[in-house]
Write a protein that binds this ligand. Structure first.
Ligand SMILES: NC(=O)c1ccc[n+]([C@@H]2O[C@H](COP(=O)([O-])OP(=O)(O)OC[C@H]3O[C@@H](n4cnc5c(N)ncnc54)[C@H](OP(=O)(O)O)[C@@H]3O)[C@@H](O)[C@H]2O)c1
Length: 225
């Protein structure tokens, strides 16, 4: 596809988001093993990606307004969710944490980027973070996305985990979906999803990166679990 064609598609998507759906443009990126696992037993963090792929992810991170993850990803992986090796402003960090379970010494509270927590727990402050309290027990990721759009965050990268990704897919809240398949098998791991039926022709792009393969999926065909 020529560069102009690509730009036209991007503008089209932005236009669709601005007029039809009051939500940000949503990119999902995840790494999985050859047997479809995104973590080890009990959510144990396993290194699946490689340096070359991390650079690709950094490229996406530097192009978005915010990076979103679920509470368990913070608890199990303790990610920094910042752009490495580039002199650019870090995107905001958004954490979906209904019960406010993330530890106060997590890297997301290190002050290197703004952190926003969406929770239903009243009255607690977190270090270096804005706590957005929602009345409803079920915060609904669609409502959160609409709020983020209202806050001026128009482009969001979602990096996991399994629950958050499936919530988004089940509400058709996805515009780009990347799965990096690393050169590893994980025993007794946490699967990304179990499709509700067979889905053919789901891959719309593939590239070898390092010792794995990056797949671009047609997220319109995915419904989550
Ligand atoms: N390979 C990869 O690329 C990759 C990337 C990221 C994470 N991971 C792995 O994925 C695992 C975590 O996945 P996971 O499915 O267990 O958890 P998760 O998606 O990280 O977090 C799920 C939790 O987030 C909270 N949450 C989800 N949706 C919410 C919403 N709409 N509003 C408020 N809170 C919401 C809930 O907390 P409550 O239960 O308290 O309500 C929910 O249990 C980790 O073990 C990590 O290693 C892998």
């Amino acid at each position: 596809m020529c560069a102009l064609g690509g730009l036209a598609i991007i503008f089209n998507r932005l236009a669709i988001n601005d007029t039809v759906t009051p939500r940000p443009y949503i990119i999902i990126n995840v790494a999985q093993s050859l047997n479809g696992m995104i973590a080890g037993n009990g959510g144990r963090r396993v290194s699946i990606s490689c340096d070359e792929d991390m650079k690709r992810v950094d490229g996406i991170r530097s192009s978005v307004d915010a990076i979103m993850v679920g509470a368990n990803t913070v608890i199990n992986d303790n990610p920094s969710l910042t752009v490495r090796g580039k002199n650019v402003a870090n995107p905001k960090r958004i954490v979906l944490d209904n019960k406010l379970r993330v530890p106060e010494n997590s890297n997301i509270f290190d002050g290197t980027a703004e952190t926003i927590i969406f929770t239903s727990q009243q009255g607690r402050k977190m270090p270096n973070a804005r706590v957005m309290v929602r009345e409803e027990e079920d915060l609904g990721v669609g409502k959160v996305m609409a709020d983020l759009y209202g806050m001026g965050l128009k482009r969001i990268l979602v990096e996991g985990g399994r629950t958050v990704i499936n919530e988004l897919l089940s509400e058709s809240l996805c515009d780009e979906f990347y799965i990096y398949v690393g050169n590893i098998l994980i025993r007794n791991g946490l699967p990304l999803f179990q499709p509700q039926g067979d889905i053919r022709d789901i891959v719309i792009g593939k590239t070898i990166i390092g010792n794995g393969v990056l797949y671009t999926l047609d997220c319109k065909k995915l419904k989550g679990e």
